[in-house]
Design a protein around this ligand. Sequence first.
Ligand SMILES: *Cc1c(COP(=O)(O)O)cnc(C)c1O
Length: 382
Amino acid sequence: MFETSIIEIDAEKYRSNLRFLQKTFGPEAELCLVIKGNAYGHGEKEIMNLALDAGIRTFGVFSAKEALRVIDSRREGTRLIITGDIDFSEIEWAIENDFEFHVNNPRILSSALDYAKRIKKKAKIHIEFETGMNRLGFEKDELAALAKCLRENRDHFELKGFCTHLAGAESFSNFPRVKNQVLTFDENREQFREQDLVPEQNHAACSAAAIRFPTMRYEMVRIGILQFGYWPNHETYVEYIANSEIEHDPLKPVMTWKSRVMSTKNVAKGEYVGYGNAFLANADRQLAVIPVGYSDGFSRSLSNQGRVLVRGCQAPVVGTVNMNALTVDVTDIPGIHIGDEVVLIGRQGDQSITVASFSDFSNQLNYELLSRLPPNIPRLII
Ligand SMILES: *Cc1c(COP(=O)(O)O)cnc(C)c1O
């Protein structure tokens, strides 16, 4: 009631994915679940609760703002790491509230140490190294000063981690670049080890690197997309299956995005459908209108491209996706009624719309489509 669509999260499938990940990475590498972007659209609080129930204790978010949103979902022993943006004004709050955070430049470090001294509480920091992604982290020529600063302030921080972010481990063409990043990371770690600066954990791998390259797992892996049942890209999946004894996809997509038919309509051959002339009926057609549009995260680029499931069949989107509605062709699907369930992502009967297929139509990555699902669509755990 009072919703145009809902997102169901299958708790058992989610737990099954977590078991697969824990088995794959073993006890050596801790699983840090990345729940940025509203847990890739799945609902950050809902996902965090499921994961905590399953015994996971470490989570990553992008910003202090995201950390604030899940602050009350933490339980005894929960670690929350801010892996991206933290502003000077947020550092004191982060230290006071026991958040760990990535430190990727000297100014953040000196602010963190200042606050830690002032409030007499150690900052829990992860030093991020720039190793070739060219986005964030300490550069080679900053390392000497960094080490000096850390040695002089030993009492004011806990060195939770050394970390870096790999640039595109999901594609083979990037392998030389990623391998060089790891070499640089290891050189940096060695340089600090010689000065007696050793972190509790090292971490570099996201989903693709963690699944493909066991040596890049170190003591922790930062896993986003895999936990939700999707592969970073097709290549990663194909390679995994080729190299393992498993024949079927071990991951299970946990999300079903559902709506319903709000109206049906017959149009005669020669009529245009929707705004402008994006779709011309080439024969008599039956259409169904669904109250989901681009403001709900159903990309406008799926106009005349996407499909949905209704009565266990695929129905193609016709015409342009509007802000709050889209139209599908149901001519070949008998017995459509107002109120029939419509699946936008997920399974219905023996048909499914995977995010990957969906994304291929719209040229969006899994990541983009999922994280754009608006937070105001209710997430229902089933
Ligand atoms: C998003 C992100 C990850 C997780 O990436 P996936 O490919 O979804 O596993 C890991 N580390 C950092 C720093 C990230 O921003």
